[in-house]
Structures are given as C-alpha cells and as structure tokens.
Design a protein around this ligand. Sequence first.
Ligand code: NAP
Ligand code: F7E
Length: 340
Amino acid sequence: MKKKIAFITGITGQDGSYLAELLLKKKYTVHGLLRRTSILNVDRIQDIIYKYEKQKKLVLHYIDLTDTSSITNLIIKHKPHEFYNLAAMSHVGISFSTGETTMNTNAISSYRILESILKNHKKCKFYQASSSEMFGSTPPPQNEKSSFNPQSPYGVSKVSAFYTTRYFRQAHGLFSSNGILFNHESPRRGLNFVTRKITHSLARILVGKEKKIYLGDITTKRDWGHAKDYVYGIWLILQHKKADDFVLSTGKNYSIKDFLKKVFKILGLDWRKFVKTNTKNFMRPSEVRNLKGDSNKAKKILKWRPKYNLDDLCKDMLISDLKLYNLSLNKAKKIAKKLK
Ligand code: NAP
Ligand code: F7E
C-alpha cells in the first residue's frame, strides 16, 4: 500500500510533537506546518528532525495558520491523506485579551482549510482539535450530547470550529471529525498552563531560583490525562470507518489544589508553604469551574482507553522538570528535607 501522507498544523506544540512521533513510527510521511518565530522554536521536535528530515519522511513548511492560500498550495501539491488541525491560540486566560486573534486563528482558519479541502482534495480526512472548554458552564459529566456554554473567547472560537467541521461533513460529505479533548498534559506542556507551571516552579524553588508560586483560582476542577494517550486517540478518530465526533477524557476530575498536593507530596513537602493563590493576574473574568468527561463512546467504538492516571502524570512531569535543573528525584528529596 502507498505510504500515507499526513499534514499537521501546530507540529511545534505539545500534541503536534507527540502526534508526529506516533505517525512517523507508523511509517507516514509527515508534513509539519509551523510559523516563523524570531527564535527557532523546534525544541519539541528536534529529535525527529535529526532522525527523519534528511530522508524526507518529515518535511517542514513555514506557514502561518491564517495564510490559507499557502496551505491550499501545499494541499494541491502533496495531496495528504489526513489533515490534523492542531494549531491554535490555545491559552484560555490569554484569549480574554486577544479575542480577535483567537477567533481568526482558531475559528476562521478551520473554515478556510475545510473549504480548501472541499475544492481541491475532497478525499482528505480532516481532524479538528476541539476542546472541553466548549462545555463551559454545563455541569459534569460532559459527553458528545452535552450542550455548549463557552465562557471565554477561546471557548467560543472552538465552538465555531466544531460546528464548521460538522457542517462540512453533513452538507458536503467531507470526512471531517472532531476530537473533544479534555485537558491533557505532559513534560512538553507549555510553561504557562497550570500543571506545568507548578512542576517547573517547584524545580526552580529547589535550586533557589524562585521562592513562591503565584496562582489564580485553585478551586476549579479539571479532568487531566496524559498527552501521549490522547494523540493515540486523535489518530484512532481518523482511522474510524466514518467521520464522527468523540470525547476523550479520563472520567476523573481533581481541583488545582489536589494537583498541588500530589506534586508536593512526591517530595514530602506541604504546598501551602510555597504557594500564593488568588493572584489577580491569573484570575479570569469568567471561569469554567468543573470539567469531567464521559468518553464511553470512544471506549466503545474506538476501543480507546487512557493508560496514565494523575499520579503517573504528576511524577512524569516533576521528574522531567527536575532534570532540567540537573536534579534526580533522590537529590530533590534531600534538598526538600531542608526546606520543610
Ligand atoms: P500548544 O502546545 O499551545 O500548541 C499550539 C500550536 O499551535 C503550536 O505549535 C503553535 O506554534 C501553533 N500555532 C498557534 N498559532 C499559530 C499560527 N497563527 N500559525 C501557525 N501555528 C500556530 O497546544 P496543545 O496543547 O498542543 O494543543 C493542540 C490543540 O488541541 C490546540 O488546538 C488546542 O486548542 C487543542 N486542545 C488542547 C487541549 C489540551 O489540554 N492540551 C485540550 C483540548 C484541545 P508555536 O509553537 O509557534 O507557538
Ligand atoms: O488552567 C486555573 C485556571 O490554563 C486550568 C488548554 O489546553 O485545557 C487547557 O485550558 C485551571 C483554570 O488550562 C492558574 O483558572 C489557577 O481554571 O492550565 P490551564 P485550561 O484553561 O483548562 C483546555 C481543555 C484547552 O482546550 C486549552 O487549550 O487552572 N489556574 N491558577 C491557573 N491557570 C493558569 N494557566 N495559570 C495560573 O496561574
């Protein structure tokens, strides 16, 4: 069989980097779309660049997501079998002050890409990175039938892209699917999302580079999984025989306070000594208070199941951040004893 060609927007991000690794292992040719930045921003994909770029199994193209004509040219030239649209302005808190960019990048781009696929390469399967933020204030558990009540420009933009993806499927027969993913984290998570902020700052506290972690509201609850499990689910969604929408989640939720407790406990520390909460800068005009997903549909139809639990995730993230500061877990525990 001819080798599959996949396009990934957002390849430099957390999910894009894990998905690219997975597809390359599955012998796909991967075309990664990245935007030009003043500092080369390929840390998460450096290893696969060394391993696959020379043989043209990984091909990178500098293209901003909002530059649809360039994306169209690439679609016409390479005729991808699968298009994973992962690029986004993905920070909910920041979206409150960057609403227009957020809508343009996250909502309008999806519309333009789908229109281009319809006109130029109808056979291409399309994946849209939809989000549990779309549920907003809808009480848990949330599944594919729950209503959307977004609470941020980010949430609104993702609802728009969700319905756009459905519209091209229902009206034009495209294979366009939504993955409605609940929060998923990893050592590759951006530093300004709450989980990574906590594990990374704790490592910095141990080496004396920080004294306290300043957080916003720590009473909100999230359903956290590991990004490695979720990119496998993303791939399964496009391998299913028909296009559809699927929730991916663990089905368990915890507060930010629970996450703090778990991470600090690994080193035998009391988080309350090192954290200041309700810091104004990190409070949002409106909050999504309680997310807990019901992914029975994905379990039943795709046979998808997450392997990591929250304790595994906390440990994985903390150990990785300790390494950045040349600390082993044992060494960190010794330093922590002195900080008690
Ligand atoms: P991420 O780490 O923030 O990565 C976002 C990616 O989008 C980065 O590669 C970024 O490029 C790229 N990007 C942003 N604006 C762009 C533009 N104008 N042109 C080209 N590329 C652009 O996000 P993630 O956690 O991997 O999430 C992947 C997708 O899933 C996103 O759409 C996100 O909204 C969605 N999602 C995430 C979660 C989660 O918990 N992680 C849950 C549900 C849905 P730079 O590296 O240059 O910034
Ligand atoms: O916030 C609270 C914050 O920014 C989680 C994105 O991947 O998942 C992510 O969005 C909670 C919120 O993730 C701080 O107010 C407290 O209640 O880590 P977060 P998020 O907003 O849930 C969804 C599913 C996506 O789709 C998004 O792309 O933690 N919180 N103090 C804080 N959050 C941050 N970032 N920083 C704080 O200091």
